[in-house]
Design a protein around this ligand. Structure first.
Ligand SMILES: NC(=O)c1ccc[n+]([C@@H]2O[C@H](COP(=O)([O-])OP(=O)(O)OC[C@H]3O[C@@H](n4cnc5c(N)ncnc54)[C@H](OP(=O)(O)O)[C@@H]3O)[C@@H](O)[C@H]2O)c1
Length: 367
């Protein structure tokens, strides 16, 4: 495995791999992190494996991952990893080893920041991984919001998995929910409060807190995007709406196609007035099918307290998915946070391990 991006999420994931080692061992999984790439903090590759917890501690103390002069770029690091002798490509003979033995798979974990206008550099990192026969896990919603159709096709052609559970609602398994537990159901639309930073700010303003102070709290916790205007201007929600619409409704949207508004300190009066009437103001992302295709928006909406989205406090998120056979399904995340996003990466890693195992079994069963 290599980690492209080693910020809040990447470092938390590195710690989680250590904390949940018994869970991995119980499943016969031994993750080896061979490389870490950053933009300004250097990079490191060691085919024998790195002590990621130690590197995470060093970086948190202001140190570099590796010396700038010898640090490979993310692309060079992925290429080096994918060409490493002894690693099996998906579907290769080594991959077909019996369950419980040494089946290996390359995995690239992509956690660079969101570029809402282009989805880069994450899209290029993902393509480089596919080209090298590596599975990809990302918490970056940009690639799914900009290029889901193409990337999903490319991953199928390469015979690898492309998983992104952490891209929306942190660790809450929304993509897994639909993919794994709703076979044959069609998603007709959805609506949700899916940005923790803006929901925290709106809730804080109900209690008379200042917009800037509430935003600063989210920045201090590492929950706001690196560029917090992405949260407050509604771009993060627009990217998530595009991502979900692309995956579930084959919408082919980009964040720019989502009608969008954000929040500002000027919304304080509206928020307090609504609360006085027993209502809440929420930043709601929606998508629905129309004759002209999928329509998607991000709007400040005034909701009743009894609405599943209206009752959300602080960093809570919720999503209502409208389906043909199951009707409306609501999933709520009471408290988000970095550890939940890191867990989503972990869960995706287990999904890949399961895929590799079952392809091993298929190879064994083949005549
Ligand atoms: N934070 C959350 O709660 C959360 C929740 C869900 C999803 N996400 C998503 O997860 C991703 C990571 O979030 P984060 O909070 O961990 O961000 P972050 O703290 O800003 O970390 C980003 C990391 O990516 C590195 N990076 C940037 N450009 C790169 C490049 N071209 N090549 C290699 N590395 C590069 C950065 O290196 P330098 O530090 O050296 O620049 C840093 O190590 C984002 O896409 C975000 O939207 C975050």
């Amino acid at each position: 495995m290599v980690l492209i991006g080693f910020g809040h999420v990447g470092r938390r994931f590195a710690h989680l791999l250590g904390e949940l080692k018994p869970e991995l061992e119980a499943r016969g999984i031994e993750p080896v992190v061979m490389g870490i790439a950053t933009r300004h903090h250097g990079s490191l590759f060691n085919g024998a494996g790195l002590d990621t917890v130690q590197v995470a501690q060093r970086v948190a103390e202001g140190d570099l991952v590796g010396p700038a002069s010898t640090s490979p770029s993310a692309h060079d690091l992925i290429a080096q990893f994918c060409s490493k002798d002894g690693m099996a490509s998906p579907g290769s003979e080594r991959d077909a080893a019996p369950p419980g033995s040494s089946a290996e798979a390359r995995v690239v974990v992509e956690t660079t920041p969101l570029d809402v206008q282009s989805g880069e550099p994450a899209i290029s990192h993902i393509r480089a991984a596919f080209a090298g026969g590596a599975h990809v896990i990302t918490a970056n919603k940009g690639p799914v919001a900009h290029a889901y159709r193409a990337l999903a096709d490319e991953s199928r052609t390469a015979g690898v998995r492309f998983l992104f559970e952490g891209a929306v609602m942190d660790g809450i398994p929304i993509f897994n929910l639909v993919r794994e537990t709703m076979p044959g159901a069609t998603v007709l639309g959805f609506r949700g409060v899916v940005n923790s930073t803006t929901n925290h700010i709106l809730t804080a303003m109900e209690h008379g807190d200042a917009f800037d102070a509430a935003l600063a709290r989210m920045q201090a916790l590492g929950i706001a995007e690196a560029d917090a205007s992405l949260d407050v201007d509604g771009w993060d929600t627009a990217a998530k709406v595009a991502a979900m619409a692309n995956v579930w409704m084959d919408a082919g949207l980009s964040p720019r196609d989502v009608q969008r508004e954000g929040i500002s300190s000027a919304d304080a009066t509206r928020v307090v007035t609504a609360l006085g009437r027993g209502q809440r103001v929420k930043l709601v992302g929606r998508a629905s099918r129309t004759d002209a295709g999928v329509h998607a928006s991000v709007r400040l909406e005034t909701l009743e307290m009894s609405d599943p989205l209206g009752g959300l406090e602080g960093q809570a998120n919720a999503l209502e998915i409208d389906t043909d056979v199951l009707g409306r399904v609501v999933i709520t995340q009471r408290d988000g946070g970095l550890e939940k996003t890191a867990y989503a990466l972990f869960a995706d890693l287990l999904t890949i391990a399961k895929s590799v195992r079952s392809s091993t079994v298929r190879h064994e069963e083949a005549p």
